[in-house]
Design a protein around this ligand. Structure first.
Ligand code: FES
Ligand SMILES: [Fe+2]
Length: 376
């Protein structure tokens, strides 16, 4: 812990321009372990998309804070979340997205759970044809549920069960999206980037600062730096650009936009007049994360396959440009030059600093929840 304390004390020095989080926050196992125990357990973490669980019995495994979890669609058509672990010998139950029908059957000794998590079979557990030995209560051995919230197409979990209700937690984001008709939000395409060799925080930070946009995306975007501004409201941080003219040709992005993050890992980009993109960012270790992006229309418009492919191509390129920068940020963290965290623009990267302060407070075990900071 001494190391963590020194990381945090370096971060809170008050020097101007402010430094970023010290390099150890992105490379050390100790910091990652602590992040898993705090940031990723105590907050609402985005874990998946409702539209990917189409049929009853669809199950998707996901790992958060090192814990194997599963999302599923139950017989009521609702989304459920459970620890993805058999109650017999604690094998992970589901290792890839699939439809399990009515029962999740453990491949090891065939214990089977229904979609509400109840244990329905424990064959021969007490001896031949003795499925329920004395003292063994199936009702006590169902799947362990995880607190889940579904907000439009997005699934969140709160592992420690103590975060405020989702709508309260996400109030600043909900406010920032006022006026959007969510009933018209339709997924039109998915980009699955798989693993990216960077700390997940770099991906978040990259998204919420406008400073890099015209330098990293000179051909894929047309959003002049001077038109951008940052946005900070408690656990919702980001940036925005307001343009007088909007042109979204599929070749380059030149529309007014909102780049909003909900701490810790949810990202929603709103591109006026009629599109949003939501990223699923899964932290996997100090130097590894996975990312997916779903593209949505928001005004019920129909796009041709060609238009959708063009949009997917554009976003693929934009993300790849960002991934390269984030991977290089990670590589830079191997150098002692990065020990003090580099420097943040007081103008363009105050949103990054705000995100990092949420991280620093969360790992420090601040008794105030992040939502308390926001709303209080
Ligand atoms: S570990 Fe699952 S049935 Fe034995
Ligand atoms: Fe970018």
């Amino acid at each position: 812990m001494a190391n963590i304390e020194s990381i945090l004390s370096q971060f809170w020095t008050g020097s101007q321009p402010a430094h970023g989080l010290p390099a150890d926050a992105y490379r050390s196992q100790e910091f990652w372990d602590l992040e898993c125990d705090t940031v990723l357990k105590q907050n609402w973490v985005c874990v998946g998309f409702v539209h990917e669980l189409k049929e009853v019995g669809d199950v998707i495994p996901v790992t958060i804070a090192k814990m194997p979890l599963m999302l599923l669609k139950n017989t009521h058509g609702e989304i459920g979340a459970f620890h993805n672990v058999c109650r017999h010998r604690c094998l992970t139950l589901v290792d890839e997205p699939k439809n399990v029908g009515k029962l999740i059957r453990c491949p090891y000794h065939a214990w089977s759970y229904d979609l509400a998590g109840a244990l329905r079979a424990s064959p021969h557990f007490g001896g031949m044809d003795q499925h329920r030995p004395e003292g063994f209560d199936p009702a006590e051995n169902g799947l362990k549920p995880v607190r889940v919230a579904v907000w439009h197409d997005w699934i969140f979990v709160n592992l420690d069960g103590h975060a405020p209700e989702f709508e309260e937690y996400a109030a600043p984001l909900i406010k920032a999206l006022a006026g959007m008709d969510f009933s018209k939000v339709e997924p039109i395409g998915t980009l699955d980037f798989g693993e990216v060799a960077t700390n997940w925080k770099f991906i978040m930070e990259n998204f919420i600062e406008p400073y890099h946009v015209q330098f990293v995306h000179p051909t894929t975007t047309d959003q002049p730096l001077g038109d951008h501004y940052t946005f900070i409201d408690g656990n919702c941080v980001g940036s925005a650009v307001d343009l007088e003219e909007e042109v979204n040709t599929g070749n380059s992005l030149a529309v007014s936009s909102r780049y909003l993050a909900l701490f810790p890992n949810f990202i929603l980009g709103r591109y006026f007049p009629d599109q949003i993109g939501v990223y699923l960012n899964i932290p996997l270790g100090p130097d590894k994360m996975a990312q997916k992006r779903v593209l949505y229309t928001t005004e019920g418009q129909t796009l041709s396959d060609k238009e959708i492919e063009a949009l997917k191509g554009l976003w693929w390129d934009v993300h790849k440009e960002d991934h390269e920068m984030c991977e290089r940020l990670q590589l830079g963290r191997q150098s002692p030059v990065s020990d003090d965290g580099g420097m943040l623009s007081p103008h363009w990267e105050d949103s990054v600093r705000a995100f990092q302060e949420l991280i620093a407070k969360s790992v420090a075990g601040s008794q105030k929840s992040t939502a308390g900071d926001i709303n209080g």
